[in-house]
Design a protein. Sequence first.
Length: 399
Amino acid sequence: MNISRFTAALSCAAALTVLSACTSMSSTEKTAKVPDNSVDLVKDMKIGWNLGNTLDAFEDGIRNQGVSSETCWGQPRTTPEMFTGLYRSGIRTVRIPITWHNHISDGKYTIDPDWMARAREIVGYALDAGLYVIINSHHDTAAIPGVSYAQGYYPAHDSRTESINFLTRVWEQVAEAFKDCDNHLIFELMNEPRLRGHEREWWYDASNVDCKNSLKEICDYEQRCLDVIRKSGGNNAGRYVMVPGYVASPWGAMNDVFKLPQDSVADRLIVAVHAYDPWVFAGENPGVSEFTDEARQGITSTFDQLGETFVKKGIGVVVGECGATNKNNLAEREAWFRHYFESAKKNGITAVMWDNGSYEVGPDGNVSEHYGYYNRTKQTWYFPSLLKAALDGVSAGQR
């Protein structure tokens, strides 16, 4: 793939532009609006949306893909208007997944400066719109163990050296690039760290030795990444940081092996989970299209347990990804959104809906991965009633 490159001068100009976006308000003015503990911060985040299939898009086997990869999974180039439209509609948090391994430009884990500048530019758009912003390391989990240079990381003992080198070097550069942004910007250390290709890839089995050993590696990687972030100084010395367990599932964090890293500052860590619950309704193809009482009870139970395990102990929790795929069942999805967001908020948890832009069921009837909600070109919602249901749920949960 031949991808044009910005000149060094343009890269520098872009970086300066985005730096000013992070500091456009005085530090005192913006920081004063950010709560000083993770539980209250998460409450203030209210409800969120993901800029999915954008900065996290990549093509297998291609190194240093360049800034054009932003649109390679079919989503439009990101604009400031997308974020102002989200804010007007009631969204208060945007998660911006970012993949880094396909933007390494040399043999020293150096991130392509044009890619970093574009990431900073987009973060600046969202911050200027008045949103909380989450950025992470996304799709950087390698496909197999024994990971080699610039393939990302793999949470297994035989991959630890390369994994630690990759993750700490990436976070060193990300931390430096964003250190002047205030605490409306949140770092999320990893996306869904897991044993790809393993029989327990997608769920944490407390009786499985591989799962337990993998989670120990994940906790070690997270400690090292947090240390790098804190050492970078600036606003990173007290920045909020989201920390997932195995595969970012609730059960990958609610177990005896998962431990939050030791931090140099109090009340700045947030547990990150993903929950497309119940999967048979929210994601499975074909699964079921009816939102049952049993499904309601399961959602309630999961959030109650997260609240008891973390929130009531002073640790904030964010559901970084959630949603219900379109099965041509709008009324059932409305009920799901209302109940899901209310159950989360009753436990002090903010949920962030995943949006990959795919919203219609095609003629083949395949209902997999239809998590499109927001029209990024028109700044409208494909299903306004789903947004209303979610906002109503948040309001009800806050009472």
